[in-house]
Write a protein that binds this ligand. Structure first.
Ligand code: GLU
Length: 530
């Protein structure tokens, strides 16, 4: 009867042996990222993707992408493209690691084939329970303080005859296909690579394998796909831990070898002294686009992720920042359990360090790419004179202690607007300043583009002497009554007239890039306007 039923339910579906033969060999370490196209990529999903990617890389294995789009209700328009674009942007997707055939909605016949087998073996059956009936069962179970679900005596369609089933189908009664579960569950032990040895009660629920539209549930698709695609390590969010007994029941039913599992804890944040998961609904930083828009370097995000995977990575990184991340030996056993605090301050710190180590050309290229997408106006100004912009970005960098003040590329425009005439003009000077005009005049009259830093500095000291400003601040602090001010004030006058800012990176370098003509024009303009 089972064979007859299997053929009746799935007349045109190939036998599983056909797909068994397509199974990829799982000798090589293989991981995957399997997002559902329910919207943008969550920061926690990118973190999961990165962990899968890095473990494959350090083990000289393979990492691939699978799109899990079988839940039609949660699917959104263009969902697949949004995900694939983001993964490509982060270089996690390439021509080799994703194929059309890795989209679950293109694989429905494969799932049906294995379910056909399960029906044949009498381990799966069509179930005609209506929503109403299921609700009644649940109410009863709550009242009797029994386990909720469809199992044992509640699985009333387990043993229909072929004719009864055919009659129901002829009458167009909707049905799902359920697993015929074990009614006498034992205790099982499962080893998780992060969480260690776990003990569960075996699955005793007749879980759904195919839904009413005959698309698979996550559980079924996960077991079939990961097995056929040669996954060796399933690294996924720990919300799936409690489903492990179901997954092991399916391995057994399908006669597949169980894979290795590593369940990772969610990214959390601290709000009002409470720690909670980063939530799509409440937190703007849940959307990865938030970081891309601000211009955080993608690599800096990965480096920060790496510090979350294994806390001892951080020390290694600061000593080996020139080496690729995957030279560090990441280990599952050193991963946090329970929750992983996502600390923006720490990300900022790492990002600043990372940017400070970029060489002139890479920094310029990264900033250009960012501006091209997110700030077209500034992009046009910025690339108008490439060498000039490279020099601007390189102020106080490519040296022993490079500046570590920029954490993301969106900061650059405000930071260096005064290096671009059009942007400089848009900002006004303050109305009342106590700037000594004669000092500015003396400064510009003596300024020479070719002075080395020492000569330049000496000229400022000479101005200090002439106008009775202390040429070092310590001296001024000892005898403030002796002086009008100190050398810091003189720098501030010049800096302010030229940049409209009180603080900037090294003034000498700024002036060298602007050149005397522009510097003079700005100073004269300042004097005339004040
Ligand atoms: N599509 C599942 C999710 O987005 C994937 C879980 C897994 O990695 O197996 O949660």
């Amino acid at each position: 009867m089972s064979k007859k039923l299997a053929n009746y339910l799935f007349p045109d579906i190939k036998n599983r042996s056909y797909y068994d033969n397509t199974k990829k060999d799982s000798v090589k370490y293989t991981t995957r990222f399997a997002p559902s196209p329910t919207g943008y990529i969550h920061i926690g999903s990118l973190y999961t993707a990165f962990i899968n990617y890095i473990f494959a890389l350090i083990n000289k294995g393979t990492f691939y992408i699978r799109i899990e789009d079988t839940d039609q209700k949660r699917k959104i328009k263009d969902g697949n493209d949004i995900i694939l674009d983001t993964l490509q942007n982060f270089k996690l997707l390439n021509k080799k690691n994703f194929k059309k055939n890795y989209i679950q909605s293109n694989r429905t016949n494969i799932y049906k084939s294995y379910v056909k087998y399960l029906v044949e073996q009498d381990i799966a059956y069509p179930c005609f329970l209506t929503k109403d009936e299921i609700k009644k069962i649940k109410d009863k179970q709550i009242k009797n303080k029994e386990e909720i679900g469809i199992y044992g005596k509640y699985a009333k369609y387990r043993n229909l005859t072929f004719d009864e089933i055919k009659k129901n189908i002829d009458e167009n009664k909707p049905f799902v296909i359920r697993l015929k579960a074990n009614d006498k569950p034992k205790t099982i032990k499962i080893k998780d690579l992060v969480l260690g040895n776990l003990t569960f009660k075996e699955n005793n629920q007749d879980i759904i394998l195919l839904k009413e539209d005959l698309t698979p549930t996550y559980h079924l698709a996960h077991i079939i796909d990961d097995t056929l695609m040669g996954t060796t390590h399933v690294i996924r969010g720990d919300e799936w831990v409690s489903s492990l007994p179901i997954h092991f029941a399916l391995y057994e039913a399908l006669n597949f070898k169980p894979l290795n599992y590593a369940h990772i804890s969610p990214l959390t944040k601290k709000v009002d002294n409470k720690i909670r998961k980063i939530s799509k609904r409440k937190d703007i930083e849940a959307n990865i686009e938030y970081f891309l828009k601000l211009g955080y370097p993608k690599q800096a995000l990965f480096i920060y992720f790496a510090t979350l995977i294994n806390p001892d990575f951080e020390n290694w990184y600061f000593q080996n920042y020139e080496r690729p991340i995957h030279e560090f030996r990441f280990e599952f056993s050193k991963m946090p359990k329970g929750g992983t605090l996502f600390d923006i301050q720490k990300l900022n710190f790492i990002s600043k360090f990372y940017i400070s180590k970029l060489n002139k050309n890479t920094f310029f290229n990264e900033v250009s790419k960012y501006l091209k997408t997110y700030d077209k106006d500034f992009y046009n100004i910025f690339i108008n004179n490439k060498e000039y912009s490279k020099n601007v970005l390189n102020i106080e960098r490519e040296q022993k202690n490079p500046r570590k003040d920029i954490k993301c590329y969106s900061e650059i425009k405000n930071y260096y607007y005064y290096m671009y005439e059009g942007l400089f003009k848009e900002v006004s000077y303050e109305k009342n300043t106590n700037i000594n005009i004669s000092i500015l005049k003396d400064f510009i009259n003596n300024y020479n583009d070719h002075d080395d830093k020492e000569t330049w500095y000496q000229k400022i000291k000479d101005i200090c002497s002439k106008y009775n400003y202390a040429n070092n601040i310590k001296e001024y602090n000892h005898n403030p009554e002796k002086y009008v001010g100190h050398i810091g004030d003189v720098f501030e006058y010049i800096r302010y007239a030229i940049t409209k800012k009180k603080q900037t990176p090294d003034l000498y370098e700024i002036l060298k890039i602007l050149k005397k003509d522009k510097v003079k024009k700005r100073i004269m303009n300042f004097i005339n306007n004040i």
